[in-house]
Design a protein around this ligand. Structure first.
Ligand SMILES: [Zn+2]
Length: 411
Protein backbone atom coordinates (compact mmCIF):
# COMPACT_ATOMS: atom_id res chain seq x y z
CA UNK A 1 0.00 0.00 0.00
CA UNK A 2 1.21 3.52 -0.47
CA UNK A 3 0.66 7.04 0.61
CA UNK A 4 -1.77 6.35 3.41
CA UNK A 5 -3.12 9.37 5.15
CA UNK A 6 -0.46 10.80 7.41
CA UNK A 7 -1.05 9.15 10.79
CA UNK A 8 -1.75 10.99 14.01
CA UNK A 9 1.29 12.80 15.41
CA UNK A 10 4.01 10.37 16.40
CA UNK A 11 4.92 9.89 20.04
CA UNK A 12 7.48 12.34 21.31
CA UNK A 13 11.03 11.05 20.92
CA UNK A 14 12.45 9.52 24.06
CA UNK A 15 15.86 10.50 25.40
CA UNK A 16 17.05 14.04 25.92
CA UNK A 17 18.88 16.30 23.55
CA UNK A 18 21.88 17.50 25.57
CA UNK A 19 23.82 20.74 25.28
CA UNK A 20 25.92 20.47 22.14
CA UNK A 21 28.01 22.78 19.97
CA UNK A 22 25.83 25.29 18.21
CA UNK A 23 26.05 23.67 14.80
CA UNK A 24 22.82 22.79 12.99
CA UNK A 25 24.02 19.39 11.74
CA UNK A 26 25.31 18.35 15.17
CA UNK A 27 22.09 19.42 16.86
CA UNK A 28 19.89 17.68 14.31
CA UNK A 29 21.98 14.50 14.52
CA UNK A 30 21.44 14.50 18.30
CA UNK A 31 17.71 15.01 17.81
CA UNK A 32 17.54 12.10 15.36
CA UNK A 33 19.49 9.85 17.76
CA UNK A 34 16.97 10.70 20.49
CA UNK A 35 14.16 9.44 18.23
CA UNK A 36 14.53 5.64 18.50
CA UNK A 37 14.26 3.58 15.30
CA UNK A 38 15.93 0.24 16.07
CA UNK A 39 15.24 -2.45 13.50
CA UNK A 40 14.30 -5.07 14.51
CA UNK A 41 11.66 -4.58 15.77
CA UNK A 42 11.32 -1.61 13.37
CA UNK A 43 9.41 1.60 13.97
CA UNK A 44 10.62 4.68 12.14
CA UNK A 45 7.67 6.95 13.04
CA UNK A 46 9.48 9.12 15.65
CA UNK A 47 12.47 9.84 13.42
CA UNK A 48 10.23 10.31 10.36
CA UNK A 49 8.32 12.97 12.30
CA UNK A 50 11.53 14.94 12.93
CA UNK A 51 12.54 14.80 9.25
CA UNK A 52 9.06 15.69 7.99
CA UNK A 53 8.77 18.66 10.34
CA UNK A 54 12.15 20.10 9.33
CA UNK A 55 11.62 19.76 5.60
CA UNK A 56 8.04 21.03 5.61
CA UNK A 57 9.25 24.14 7.40
CA UNK A 58 11.90 24.56 4.70
CA UNK A 59 9.21 24.56 2.02
CA UNK A 60 9.36 20.96 0.81
CA UNK A 61 6.18 19.08 -0.11
CA UNK A 62 6.29 15.98 2.10
CA UNK A 63 4.45 12.68 1.72
CA UNK A 64 4.80 9.41 3.56
CA UNK A 65 4.61 6.08 1.76
CA UNK A 66 3.93 2.93 3.74
CA UNK A 67 4.42 -0.72 2.86
CA UNK A 68 3.19 -1.49 6.39
CA UNK A 69 1.75 0.65 9.21
CA UNK A 70 4.47 2.04 11.47
CA UNK A 71 7.13 1.78 8.73
CA UNK A 72 7.12 5.18 7.01
CA UNK A 73 9.16 6.29 4.02
CA UNK A 74 9.31 10.09 4.01
CA UNK A 75 9.60 11.68 0.57
CA UNK A 76 10.16 15.46 0.53
CA UNK A 77 10.30 17.33 -2.76
CA UNK A 78 11.19 20.86 -3.77
CA UNK A 79 10.38 21.79 -7.40
CA UNK A 80 12.29 24.61 -9.10
CA UNK A 81 11.12 24.46 -12.70
CA UNK A 82 12.95 22.76 -15.57
CA UNK A 83 16.00 20.72 -14.74
CA UNK A 84 17.24 17.39 -13.48
CA UNK A 85 15.84 15.35 -10.61
CA UNK A 86 18.26 14.57 -7.78
CA UNK A 87 17.40 12.32 -4.82
CA UNK A 88 19.26 12.46 -1.49
CA UNK A 89 18.42 9.27 0.41
CA UNK A 90 19.27 8.05 3.91
CA UNK A 91 17.73 5.26 5.95
CA UNK A 92 15.82 6.13 9.10
CA UNK A 93 16.37 2.87 11.00
CA UNK A 94 19.34 1.68 13.04
CA UNK A 95 20.53 -1.68 14.30
CA UNK A 96 19.29 -2.25 17.89
CA UNK A 97 21.71 -1.48 20.74
CA UNK A 98 20.65 -4.77 22.38
CA UNK A 99 18.30 -7.71 21.77
CA UNK A 100 14.67 -7.02 22.83
CA UNK A 101 14.36 -6.84 26.63
CA UNK A 102 18.15 -6.86 27.21
CA UNK A 103 20.41 -4.05 28.37
CA UNK A 104 22.81 -2.58 25.80
CA UNK A 105 26.20 -4.30 26.05
CA UNK A 106 29.42 -2.33 25.66
CA UNK A 107 27.83 1.13 25.69
CA UNK A 108 29.32 3.54 28.19
CA UNK A 109 26.23 5.79 28.20
CA UNK A 110 22.60 5.85 27.04
CA UNK A 111 22.67 5.01 23.30
CA UNK A 112 19.75 7.40 22.66
CA UNK A 113 21.49 10.43 24.19
CA UNK A 114 24.13 12.01 21.95
CA UNK A 115 27.41 12.62 23.74
CA UNK A 116 30.48 14.41 22.42
CA UNK A 117 33.96 13.43 23.57
CA UNK A 118 37.26 14.23 21.85
CA UNK A 119 35.54 15.57 18.75
CA UNK A 120 33.41 12.45 18.31
CA UNK A 121 29.62 12.40 18.59
CA UNK A 122 28.50 9.11 20.15
CA UNK A 123 25.01 7.63 19.94
CA UNK A 124 23.03 4.82 18.34
CA UNK A 125 22.95 5.43 14.61
CA UNK A 126 25.37 8.40 14.79
CA UNK A 127 27.44 6.87 12.01
CA UNK A 128 24.85 4.58 10.37
CA UNK A 129 23.14 6.79 9.23
CA UNK A 130 21.61 9.51 11.38
CA UNK A 131 24.71 11.65 10.90
CA UNK A 132 24.34 11.35 7.15
CA UNK A 133 20.60 11.98 7.35
CA UNK A 134 21.20 15.13 9.41
CA UNK A 135 23.74 16.35 6.85
CA UNK A 136 21.26 15.74 4.02
CA UNK A 137 18.41 17.56 5.77
CA UNK A 138 20.59 20.57 6.62
CA UNK A 139 22.01 20.68 3.07
CA UNK A 140 18.44 20.55 1.70
CA UNK A 141 17.38 23.40 4.00
CA UNK A 142 20.26 25.53 2.74
CA UNK A 143 19.45 24.69 -0.89
CA UNK A 144 15.85 25.73 -0.28
CA UNK A 145 17.15 29.20 0.61
CA UNK A 146 19.24 29.47 -2.58
CA UNK A 147 17.93 30.54 -5.95
CA UNK A 148 20.86 29.49 -8.12
CA UNK A 149 19.65 26.05 -9.17
CA UNK A 150 16.72 24.54 -10.97
CA UNK A 151 15.08 21.15 -11.25
CA UNK A 152 13.73 18.84 -8.62
CA UNK A 153 15.45 18.19 -5.30
CA UNK A 154 14.08 15.28 -3.31
CA UNK A 155 15.05 14.01 0.14
CA UNK A 156 14.05 10.45 1.00
CA UNK A 157 14.17 9.06 4.54
CA UNK A 158 13.56 5.34 4.11
CA UNK A 159 12.58 2.48 6.40
CA UNK A 160 14.00 -0.99 6.91
CA UNK A 161 17.51 -0.77 5.44
CA UNK A 162 18.91 -2.76 8.37
CA UNK A 163 16.63 -5.72 7.70
CA UNK A 164 16.61 -6.17 3.95
CA UNK A 165 14.91 -2.95 2.76
CA UNK A 166 11.68 -4.77 1.85
CA UNK A 167 9.57 -2.05 3.51
CA UNK A 168 11.91 0.74 2.41
CA UNK A 169 13.93 1.17 -0.78
CA UNK A 170 12.74 -2.12 -2.33
CA UNK A 171 9.14 -1.03 -1.78
CA UNK A 172 9.84 2.42 -3.26
CA UNK A 173 11.43 0.69 -6.28
CA UNK A 174 8.26 -1.35 -6.80
CA UNK A 175 6.25 1.88 -6.65
CA UNK A 176 8.45 3.56 -9.28
CA UNK A 177 9.72 6.10 -6.74
CA UNK A 178 13.48 5.60 -7.25
CA UNK A 179 13.56 6.90 -10.81
CA UNK A 180 15.59 10.09 -11.11
CA UNK A 181 18.56 11.51 -13.00
CA UNK A 182 20.88 10.71 -10.09
CA UNK A 183 20.88 9.87 -6.39
CA UNK A 184 23.17 10.14 -3.39
CA UNK A 185 22.73 7.36 -0.83
CA UNK A 186 24.00 8.03 2.67
CA UNK A 187 26.28 5.46 4.28
CA UNK A 188 29.55 6.02 6.16
CA UNK A 189 32.26 6.55 3.52
CA UNK A 190 34.51 9.00 5.39
CA UNK A 191 32.98 11.86 3.34
CA UNK A 192 34.43 10.46 0.09
CA UNK A 193 32.17 9.50 -2.80
CA UNK A 194 31.84 5.78 -3.52
CA UNK A 195 30.87 5.45 -7.16
CA UNK A 196 31.16 1.66 -7.22
CA UNK A 197 29.94 -1.04 -4.86
CA UNK A 198 30.30 -4.81 -4.80
CA UNK A 199 27.35 -7.06 -5.41
CA UNK A 200 27.09 -10.60 -4.06
CA UNK A 201 26.39 -13.91 -5.72
CA UNK A 202 24.82 -16.25 -3.16
CA UNK A 203 24.22 -19.92 -3.80
CA UNK A 204 23.21 -22.94 -1.78
CA UNK A 205 24.95 -26.08 -2.97
CA UNK A 206 23.72 -29.52 -1.87
CA UNK A 207 26.03 -32.49 -2.26
CA UNK A 208 24.58 -36.00 -2.07
CA UNK A 209 26.57 -39.22 -2.19
CA UNK A 210 26.19 -42.85 -1.25
CA UNK A 211 28.03 -42.43 2.06
CA UNK A 212 29.72 -45.45 3.70
CA UNK A 213 31.05 -46.79 6.98
CA UNK A 214 34.14 -44.78 8.01
CA UNK A 215 36.05 -48.04 8.41
CA UNK A 216 35.47 -48.98 4.75
CA UNK A 217 35.69 -45.65 2.92
CA UNK A 218 36.36 -47.26 -0.45
CA UNK A 219 32.79 -48.57 -0.50
CA UNK A 220 31.18 -45.15 -0.94
CA UNK A 221 31.63 -41.45 -1.48
CA UNK A 222 32.17 -38.88 1.25
CA UNK A 223 29.93 -35.83 0.69
CA UNK A 224 32.31 -33.62 2.71
CA UNK A 225 35.23 -34.66 0.51
CA UNK A 226 33.15 -33.85 -2.58
CA UNK A 227 32.30 -30.47 -1.02
CA UNK A 228 36.04 -29.82 -0.50
CA UNK A 229 36.69 -30.56 -4.15
CA UNK A 230 33.85 -28.25 -5.13
CA UNK A 231 35.39 -25.39 -3.10
CA UNK A 232 38.80 -26.03 -4.68
CA UNK A 233 37.24 -25.99 -8.16
CA UNK A 234 35.47 -22.67 -7.46
CA UNK A 235 38.76 -21.21 -6.17
CA UNK A 236 40.50 -22.33 -9.36
CA UNK A 237 37.81 -20.81 -11.59
CA UNK A 238 37.92 -17.53 -9.63
CA UNK A 239 41.64 -17.12 -10.31
CA UNK A 240 40.69 -16.68 -13.98
CA UNK A 241 38.14 -13.94 -13.25
CA UNK A 242 38.90 -10.22 -13.60
CA UNK A 243 40.15 -8.29 -10.56
CA UNK A 244 39.79 -4.65 -9.52
CA UNK A 245 42.52 -2.83 -7.56
CA UNK A 246 39.81 -0.82 -5.77
CA UNK A 247 38.53 -4.05 -4.22
CA UNK A 248 41.58 -6.14 -3.25
CA UNK A 249 40.94 -9.72 -2.02
CA UNK A 250 38.08 -10.17 -4.50
CA UNK A 251 36.77 -12.24 -6.07
CA UNK A 252 37.00 -14.91 -3.38
CA UNK A 253 34.76 -17.74 -2.23
CA UNK A 254 33.29 -17.44 1.24
CA UNK A 255 31.42 -20.41 2.65
CA UNK A 256 29.42 -19.04 5.54
CA UNK A 257 27.55 -22.25 6.24
CA UNK A 258 28.78 -25.82 5.87
CA UNK A 259 26.66 -28.61 7.31
CA UNK A 260 26.91 -32.39 7.07
CA UNK A 261 24.63 -33.94 9.65
CA UNK A 262 25.94 -37.33 10.63
CA UNK A 263 28.15 -39.39 12.92
CA UNK A 264 31.95 -39.38 13.03
CA UNK A 265 31.86 -43.07 12.23
CA UNK A 266 30.08 -42.51 8.93
CA UNK A 267 31.10 -40.96 5.62
CA UNK A 268 28.49 -38.22 5.19
CA UNK A 269 25.98 -38.83 2.47
CA UNK A 270 24.91 -35.19 2.30
CA UNK A 271 26.47 -31.79 2.78
CA UNK A 272 25.07 -28.29 2.32
CA UNK A 273 27.20 -25.21 1.60
CA UNK A 274 25.99 -21.62 1.47
CA UNK A 275 28.41 -19.67 -0.65
CA UNK A 276 29.18 -16.03 -1.36
CA UNK A 277 31.36 -14.53 -4.07
CA UNK A 278 31.39 -10.73 -4.31
CA UNK A 279 30.53 -9.35 -7.73
CA UNK A 280 32.93 -6.64 -8.89
CA UNK A 281 31.70 -3.38 -10.42
CA UNK A 282 31.10 -3.74 -14.15
CA UNK A 283 30.86 -7.53 -13.72
CA UNK A 284 27.62 -9.38 -14.40
CA UNK A 285 25.95 -11.21 -11.50
CA UNK A 286 25.01 -14.21 -13.64
CA UNK A 287 28.61 -14.63 -14.83
CA UNK A 288 29.61 -15.20 -11.20
CA UNK A 289 26.65 -17.51 -10.49
CA UNK A 290 27.84 -19.53 -13.50
CA UNK A 291 31.08 -20.31 -11.63
CA UNK A 292 29.10 -22.38 -9.11
CA UNK A 293 27.32 -24.42 -11.78
CA UNK A 294 30.49 -25.03 -13.80
CA UNK A 295 32.37 -26.15 -10.68
CA UNK A 296 29.47 -28.40 -9.62
CA UNK A 297 29.31 -30.09 -12.98
CA UNK A 298 33.10 -30.61 -13.15
CA UNK A 299 33.14 -32.16 -9.67
CA UNK A 300 30.12 -34.39 -10.33
CA UNK A 301 31.89 -35.73 -13.43
CA UNK A 302 35.07 -36.38 -11.44
CA UNK A 303 33.27 -38.08 -8.52
CA UNK A 304 30.99 -40.83 -9.83
CA UNK A 305 28.11 -41.55 -7.48
CA UNK A 306 27.84 -37.95 -6.30
CA UNK A 307 25.30 -35.31 -7.25
CA UNK A 308 25.57 -31.54 -6.72
CA UNK A 309 22.66 -29.17 -7.03
CA UNK A 310 23.10 -25.40 -7.09
CA UNK A 311 20.30 -22.97 -6.36
CA UNK A 312 20.30 -19.24 -5.63
CA UNK A 313 20.33 -18.52 -1.89
CA UNK A 314 17.95 -15.78 -0.67
CA UNK A 315 17.26 -14.66 -4.21
CA UNK A 316 20.91 -15.08 -5.24
CA UNK A 317 22.22 -11.84 -3.71
CA UNK A 318 22.40 -8.68 -5.77
CA UNK A 319 24.12 -6.99 -8.70
CA UNK A 320 27.16 -4.79 -8.26
CA UNK A 321 26.74 -1.15 -9.06
CA UNK A 322 28.95 1.52 -10.59
CA UNK A 323 28.69 5.06 -11.89
CA UNK A 324 31.19 6.25 -14.50
CA UNK A 325 33.83 8.78 -13.43
CA UNK A 326 32.59 11.26 -16.04
CA UNK A 327 28.98 11.20 -14.83
CA UNK A 328 27.82 14.73 -13.93
CA UNK A 329 27.17 13.72 -10.30
CA UNK A 330 30.68 12.26 -9.85
CA UNK A 331 32.14 15.36 -11.48
CA UNK A 332 30.08 17.51 -9.10
CA UNK A 333 31.70 15.68 -6.16
CA UNK A 334 35.16 16.36 -7.61
CA UNK A 335 34.40 20.05 -8.14
CA UNK A 336 32.98 20.36 -4.61
CA UNK A 337 36.15 19.11 -2.95
CA UNK A 338 38.94 20.23 -5.23
CA UNK A 339 41.64 19.29 -2.71
CA UNK A 340 40.44 15.67 -2.76
CA UNK A 341 39.17 15.54 -6.37
CA UNK A 342 39.41 12.05 -7.81
CA UNK A 343 39.62 10.39 -4.40
CA UNK A 344 37.08 7.62 -3.93
CA UNK A 345 35.93 5.37 -1.12
CA UNK A 346 35.61 1.67 -1.97
CA UNK A 347 32.53 1.16 0.20
CA UNK A 348 32.42 -2.49 1.20
CA UNK A 349 29.07 -2.56 3.01
CA UNK A 350 25.61 -3.12 1.61
CA UNK A 351 23.49 -0.11 0.71
CA UNK A 352 20.21 0.86 -0.85
CA UNK A 353 22.14 2.10 -3.91
CA UNK A 354 21.48 -1.34 -5.41
CA UNK A 355 17.78 -0.52 -5.68
CA UNK A 356 18.56 2.70 -7.54
CA UNK A 357 20.71 0.60 -9.90
CA UNK A 358 17.68 -1.58 -10.62
CA UNK A 359 15.67 1.55 -11.37
CA UNK A 360 18.36 2.70 -13.81
CA UNK A 361 19.25 5.66 -11.59
CA UNK A 362 23.00 6.31 -11.15
CA UNK A 363 23.68 6.47 -7.39
CA UNK A 364 26.78 7.54 -5.48
CA UNK A 365 27.20 6.45 -1.84
CA UNK A 366 28.54 9.13 0.48
CA UNK A 367 28.34 10.05 4.13
CA UNK A 368 30.17 11.00 7.33
CA UNK A 369 31.85 8.42 9.57
CA UNK A 370 33.53 5.12 8.85
CA UNK A 371 32.04 1.71 8.24
CA UNK A 372 33.92 0.08 11.12
CA UNK A 373 31.96 2.32 13.50
CA UNK A 374 28.60 1.07 12.22
CA UNK A 375 26.76 -1.55 14.27
CA UNK A 376 29.21 -1.15 17.17
CA UNK A 377 28.79 -0.19 20.86
CA UNK A 378 29.63 3.48 21.53
CA UNK A 379 29.03 4.12 17.81
CA UNK A 380 30.32 7.55 16.83
CA UNK A 381 30.74 9.98 13.99
CA UNK A 382 33.46 12.66 13.95
CA UNK A 383 31.88 16.09 14.49
CA UNK A 384 34.10 17.46 11.71
CA UNK A 385 32.63 14.91 9.30
CA UNK A 386 29.07 16.05 10.08
CA UNK A 387 29.89 19.64 9.25
CA UNK A 388 31.91 18.69 6.17
CA UNK A 389 29.24 16.31 4.82
CA UNK A 390 26.53 18.98 4.91
CA UNK A 391 28.82 21.47 3.12
CA UNK A 392 29.73 18.85 0.51
CA UNK A 393 26.14 17.78 -0.11
CA UNK A 394 25.02 21.37 -0.52
CA UNK A 395 27.81 22.07 -3.01
CA UNK A 396 27.40 18.80 -4.92
CA UNK A 397 23.61 19.10 -5.22
CA UNK A 398 23.84 22.75 -6.28
CA UNK A 399 26.59 21.87 -8.75
CA UNK A 400 24.58 19.02 -10.23
CA UNK A 401 21.36 21.03 -10.42
CA UNK A 402 23.18 23.98 -12.01
CA UNK A 403 25.49 22.23 -14.40
CA UNK A 404 23.37 19.58 -15.96
CA UNK A 405 21.89 20.12 -19.36
CA UNK A 406 18.25 21.14 -19.19
CA UNK A 407 17.35 18.17 -21.38
CA UNK A 408 18.22 16.16 -18.26
CA UNK A 409 21.37 14.40 -17.15
CA UNK A 410 22.69 11.51 -19.20
CA UNK A 411 22.01 8.20 -17.53
ZN1 LIG B 1 23.44 2.00 6.92
Amino acid sequence: MTDLAVPAPSPAPTGTVPTLPDDPVVRLCAELIAAPSANPPGDEEPVAAVVQDRLERAGFAVRRHYARPGRPNVLATLERGEGPHLILQAHLDTKPAAPPGAEPVGWSSDPLVARIADGLLHGLGACDTKGGLAAMVVAAERLARRDDWSGRLEVQGVADEEDGSGLGAAFLLSEGLLTADAAIVSEPTGCLPSAAQLGNAWAEVTVTTTGAHAGTPSRGQDAVEVARRFMAEVDALLTRMPTDPAFPHHPRLNVGHLAAPGHPGTLSSSCVLRCDVRVLPWQRHDSVMEVYTRAASAVADACPGSALTVRPYQGGGCESHAVADDHPLVRAFDRASADRAGERCSFAGGSDARFFARAGTPAVVHGPGHLDQAHAPDEYVPVGHLVLAADQLEAVAAGFLQSVDRRRAGR
